[in-house]
Design a protein around this ligand. Sequence first.
Ligand code: MN
Length: 322
Amino acid sequence: MSGSPAKTPVIALEEHYWDKELVSHLTGAEGSRSPDMLERLYDLGAIRLREMDEAGIDIQFLSHGAPSGQKLAEDVAAGLVQRVNDRLAAAVSQNPSRLLGFAALPTIVPEAAADELERCVTQHKFKGAMVHGLTNGLFLDDKRFWPIFARAEKLDVPIYLHPSFPDPRVVEVYYKDYVQAYPQVIRAAWGYTVEAATQAIRLVLSGVFKEYPKLKFILGHMGETLPFLLWRIDQALSRPGQESLSFRQTFCEHFWITTSGNFSTPALICSMQEVGVDHIMFAVDWPFVANPPAMKWMNELQISQADKNKIFGENARKLFRL
Ligand code: MN
């Protein structure tokens, strides 16, 4: 074989860090993490790059960990999030060929959040934004947040819908019997999934894509169960007595999904069949999830090299115009 094609860069899309000032506003955040984890979350250079090199990851898209800017008080949110994004931009500019940024947004002040998205995309060359769960008890489909979507569409950048903790009322009714013995039940094991999937379903129902037909979202964790449930959701929402809607068509057109923290081959094959390989992108969820198991899984997958290249980096190159 001669003239082997240039290797597709491996791009990991949901890789987190923490900002000390932002974390100082989040009660108990540091106490819940091990020293090793904190060292990685606060590292924007040496450790991160070494672990990327060891695993074979070329580029990380950096985003603040949950709940990022979504639980800040209205009077401090805009100024604080600007400083957070400026510090991320400074870190990314130290390694521009390896690190890219997703903006944090002060969603509690939606107009300021829209302006901050524009500032980050035009001045810092960030590739979109990441939003984590509810803002002040409200899902993002609430019309108050639509100025953010208008701006995202105008800038042609996607918004990554990251999970966060369920609303306290949900924890009380759904999970409190088991949360002591199994703290992960409200987190990665189930609670996060329900919050993020509900967010996505509500956005489709809200009609936001009629208003902003080029708006794009990304969901992690292999689509937060929605590829598996797509047939049933679509069928049920097509039954008589409801407004006309093609859930399948809207979801598959406006949503991309990533592999963050969900390295299940059956889940991937289902997603390839339901949403299509062109909307699936690679992610790890570092440092909450280690890089090597993600890379081992992807490298050993029994799918075509062409599809693997799309997931590893080509789909991201296209979506983000890299
Ligand atoms: Mn994550």
